[in-house]
Ligand binder design. Structure first.
Ligand code: DPM
Length: 325
């Protein structure tokens, strides 16, 4: 009896420190990672350190205007490089495609539904995105969602919206908007999946690179931590997200560019659809490519070169010039 009790209360061999943003969504995600790891490694202790990132502090400025290099990740990355934390859990879509020297994307978890969701005010319960009345005010601060929706539904009015999910839903319910667009995954993780009124089909809105997956970032030379987090890796999600990230990286798009993607991984074939849109929604440049999962990054890069050849670079240059001025 005594020996059993002493085994179960034995001091953990190592304390692993996990970095997370403070937002409710970030914490739900980080707790999930911690709980999964704790189940597999009962001998380890896990500790969560929360940090505020620049993106959490600047809530009144449109995302596209505050720049994008590590907006939601930099403070966590500094923490890893300084050795204060061992790894960081991110929404993969907020993690830049180029990481600081010394850090790597160690794991992509099983992806939730990556689609965008239409969430409507109570008075539009009987509507869908294509039946909202002319002039209806749709809230989004994603240039990607804005450009695609403007293209398909020029009769709608688009208005910036910021704040966390609860703030946005409150603004919608108060009547400041007729509808808003959010990621299905974020709503579901927060237990608010019932607010998803319609999954926007890929023909209407291609989702953001990495949307719906978690990305775990760690130090490139920490083999022990890498082996630990790799146990949460999902192969299909990883291949899909690596293809998507290679597409974005090759276009040198930050997290705030009108670039959308869709991937299908089936029968040992990976299909990637990529899109670059002009902000006014007039021009959509869209291409599709297939390859084996092992060629994930290569097909992403090739697809980027194809859309660039069709005018995508000119669109991105114009947007980048505007953001700098
Ligand atoms: C990025 C974008 C948005 C977030 C841009 C985009 C949405 C901004 C907005 C890069 N990060 O999607 O085109 O609509 O104002 C973000 C959300 C999630 C991660 C929330 C959301 C949850 C879903 C996920 C914000 N980052 O998109 O509704 O984990 O993929």
């Amino acid at each position: 009896m005594t020996s059993m009790a002493s085994t179960s209360t034995a001091a953990p061999t190592r304390t692993v420190r996990i970095g997370s943003r403070k937002s409710q969504l970030a914490l739900v995600q980080t707790h999930w990672v911690r709980d999964e790891l704790q189940k597999q490694f009962p001998e380890l202790a896990f500790e969560i350190s929360t940090m505020e990132t620049h993106g959490d502090k600047v809530l009144d400025v449109s995302l596209s205007k505050i720049g994008d290099k590590g907006l939601f990740t930099q403070e966590l990355e500094d923490g890893m490089l300084q050795g204060d934390i061992d790894f960081a859990v991110h929404s993969l879509k907020d993690l830049p495609t180029r990481l600081p020297d010394g850090l790597m994307l160690g794991c992509v978890t099983q992806r939730e539904n990556p689609a965008d969701a239409l969430v409507v005010h109570a008075q539009h319960q009987d509507k869908q995105i294509d039946t909202l009345p002319a002039g209806a005010v749709v809230g989004t601060s994603s240039l990607r969602r804005l450009a695609q929706l403007r293209h398909h539904f020029p009769h709608l009015t688009f208005k910036d919206i910021r704040g966390n999910l609860n703030t946005r839903l409150r603004k919608l319910d108060e009547g400041q908007y007729d509808a808003i667009i959010l990621a299905v995954a974020g709503l579901e993780r927060l237990g608010m999946g019932d607010r998803v009124h319609q999954h926007l089909p890929a023909e209407v809105s291609l989702h953001a690179v990495g949307q719906g997956a978690l990305g775990i970032e760690c130090r490139a030379d920490d083999a022990e931590i890498l082996a630990l987090i790799k146990t949460l890796e999902n192969r299909a999600s990883t291949d899909r997200c690596l293809a998507e990230r290679a597409f974005l990286r090759e276009l040198e798009g930050g997290c705030q560019v009108p670039i959308g993607v869709n991937t299908v991984w089936a029968n040992d074939t990976l299909t990637l659809t990529g899109l670059v849109a002009s902000l006014d929604g007039q021009t959509l440049i869209k291409e599709e490519i297939q390859g084996t999962p092992a060629e994930a990054e290569q097909i992403g890069t090739t697809l980027a070169q194809r859309v660039r050849g069709r005018g995508a670079q000119a669109i991105l240059d114009e947007i980048n010039a505007e953001n700098r001025s």
